[in-house]
Design a binder for this molecule. Structure first.
Ligand code: NOJ
Length: 561
């Protein structure tokens, strides 16, 4: 029986490496997470998405899985996980597991078996092809590029064959066209569902069906080579329905797919309720409003209109057909309050609260990334050695190999680095911000932790956490904020974001100034007698019709039927 609990959910994402290190070995762990569940519950979250906890050699920090049924030792044991699950459920927190099945680690027994003999049945679990000879030189089977830079093919030692990897070379793509592979995935999903988990976040799900025969992409842009042959591939919808039929539909589960540049048409199909594919997918288009060509390492002047287009298009497209998600940060993005031309030093409280207000009251499930609720900022990395993410290094190597001066390459990498989100959570101003008891953390701390931490935030009368509590309570308790139709206002304005949500005659109006200067805004007439439910400055009143919104000011108004 599907209760569709997810429609009212507020999801909090934990990157386990960096949340809380109870055994003081430098890595976050399950015990540490358990000690913080009340904090998460009190924030107002109703579900937690855990970035991978499975056994992994960590070439891509957990996103390269070598055993889908084991918890990685550094996080704890299966018994610890079961306790975590139980402790979450005791607090009415649902548990969403990451599911990374486009690829496995090359340490996975399937891959090892595949490599052990050309006749192994596991060969067909992966995508293996002969290289091409050109003027006596062996070349990869196609010109596809990995989204982590370089060829998407790695040569198999002592052979003229290659395996496909759309990410790191230690993340070998599974061959979803092999029914045995799909059955393995079904079995893995059932294993976790039977244990009691409540749902999955499918990693880069929409690249799992490839167009055969594999061939060169003649497109112009090198960094996109291959995409048209693996994004939203020919069997993607069918394979998702199969997972549903054989696993997901037998449980009261929820799914969110992390999609890789899906077309709007496919995005709609993935979440259209009647299709029974996924409940939701992530939308990140608005997060490209401060980078060029969708390349997160190339800064550009922030474009609020682009941000709004990206934020609202899926809300409008999915409303009435399926469900939606609302995201500002995750473990792959820099911190939102350090982006979008925001002067973080001056306006950290105002901008953090404005961003959350404008985003989370839209149509969809709010996803909050750990630390976002206290306005954690980007780190002040000084050199490449401080960056642990392999992608930061791949990009740096690529840029410097093309004669870019090292300091410029470093600045570009730092601009888009995933490392910003992966520094340890800042709990207090003690050594290592209370992440642990003094052992060197796997990733260096953000030096600003004495200024920005949970304890200090909670003690402050401008607490971002407490503002989030109020905001999330509006989201949960006002049906208009969950089910309401979205109407955008100030569509062409380059500084204001405004929209209404209407449900059964009750209306919310959400408005915010996305700039560092005061802006005058004429409110729609119907808000004249509205009640102010939430504001991040104080003294907001809709009565006069025209308001002067202070820098990053935001307010939520309600008009009852
Ligand atoms: C998306 C994940 O969010 C990211 O962290 C990972 O590197 C890639 N998928 C590859 O699994």
């Amino acid at each position: 029986m599907k209760t569709e609990w997810y429609k009212k959910a507020i999801v909090y994402q934990i990157y386990p490496f960096s949340y809380c290190d109870a055994n003081n070995d430098g890595w976050g762990d399950i015990e540490g997470i358990i000690s913080k569940l009340d904090y998460i519950r009190e924030l107002g979250a109703t579900a937690i998405w855990f970035s991978p906890l499975y056994q992994s050699p960590d070439k891509d920090y957990g996103y390269d899985i070598s055993d889908y049924r084991a918890i990685d030792e550094k996080f704890g044991s299966m018994a610890d996980f079961e306790r975590l699950l139980n402790e979450c459920h005791k607090r009415d927190l649902k548990v969403i597991m990451d599911m990374v099945v486009n690829h496995t680690s090359t340490d996975h027994p399937w891959f090892k078996a595949a490599m052990s003999s050309p006749d192994s049945p596991y060969r067909d679990y992966y995508i293996i092809r002969k290289g091409r000879r050109k003027r006596g030189k062996l070349l990869p089977p196609t010109n596809w590029v990995s989204s982590f830079t370089g060829s998407a093919w790695a040569r198999i030692e002592n052979t003229d064959e290659y395996y496909l990897h759309l990410f790191c070379k230690e993340q070998a793509d599974l061959n979803w066209d092999n029914p045995r592979v799909r059955q393995e995935i079904v079995d893995i999903l059932n294993f976790w569902l039977e244990k009691g988990v409540d749902g999955f976040r499918f990693d880069v799900f929409n690249v799992s069906s490839k167009v055969h025969p594999l061939k060169d992409d003649k497109g112009l842009f090198n960094f996109l080579k291959g995409e048209k042959y693996f994004v939203d591939g020919p069997h993607m919808h069918e394979y998702l329905r199969e997972l549903n039929e054989k696993a997901l539909s037998h449980f009261d589960s929820y799914t969110v797919g992390e999609s890789y540049h899906p077309s709007p048409e496919n995005a709609r199909e993935y979440v259209r309720a009647e299709n029974r594919e996924l409940d939701t997918i992530f939308n990140f288009a608005h997060l490209d409003a401060d980078n060029a060509l969708g390349l997160k390492f190339i800064p550009k002047r922030f474009d609020l209109k682009q941000f709004k287009r990206g934020l609202f298009a899926p809300q409008l497209a999915h409303h009435g057909e399926g469900w939606n998600t609302l995201v500002l940060e995750n473990h792959d993005t820099p911190r939102s309050v350090s982006r979008f031309s925001i002067n973080t030093r001056k306006f950290r409280y105002e901008a953090s609260t404005m961003l959350a207000t404008l985003t989370f009251l839209g149509f969809g499930i709010p996803f909050i990334y750990m630390g976002q609720e206290i306005g954690m900022t980007n780190s002040r990395f000084r050199h490449m050695d401080e960056l642990k993410d392999p992608v930061s290094h791949f990009v740096y190597d690529l840029l410097t190999a093309h004669f870019m001066p090292k300091n410029l390459a470093f600045r570009m990498v730092r601009f888009g680095a995933r490392d910003h989100a992966r520094v340890p959570m800042q709990w207090d101003d003690s050594t290592n911000a209370g992440f642990n008891h003094g052992a060197k953390p796997w990733q260096c701390m953000n030096p600003n932790y004495r200024e920005i931490n949970v304890k200090k935030d909670l003690d402050s009368d401008r607490s971002i956490y407490r503002y989030y509590q109020k905001l999330l309570s509006i989201k949960k308790n006002h049906p208009a904020a969950i089910y309401g139709r979205v109407d955008e206002y100030a569509h062409d304005d380059r500084r204001i974001v405004a929209y209404s949500r209407e449900y059964e005659g009750n209306r919310l109006f959400v408005v915010g100034n996305f700039s560092k200067r005061p802006v005058q805004y004429r409110l729609p007439g119907w808000t004249k007698y509205a009640e102010t439910l939430l504001e991040n400055y104080g003294g907001f009143s809709a009565e006069s019709g025209t308001v002067t919104l202070r820098p990053y000011e935001a307010a939520v108004l309600e008009v009852k039927r």
